[in-house]
Write a protein that binds this ligand. Sequence first.
Ligand SMILES: [Zn+2]
Length: 86
Amino acid sequence: MPHPKKKTTKAAKNQRRSHHALKEITLTKCEKCGKPVKPHHACASCGTYKKKEVINVLKKLPKKERLKIEKKKKKIEEKESKKKEN
Ligand SMILES: [Zn+2]
């Protein structure tokens, strides 16, 4: 079995561990839905990155939830198209 040659002193141990503290993560707002997102990452809730849809978020959801969300989207689109007509 490998064995350390000398005891690690408290000072050496503490100096090594001085870099182990966790940093607070920085978050930015998603441009589309406004939810907090890590910088340089795609949004997990709407799947967009740099204003383009990169991930199809609906694909992973179970069918029932997917259909619900698609219905909501259709209703919103219909409302917007009616507004444009008026
Ligand atoms: Zn988003």
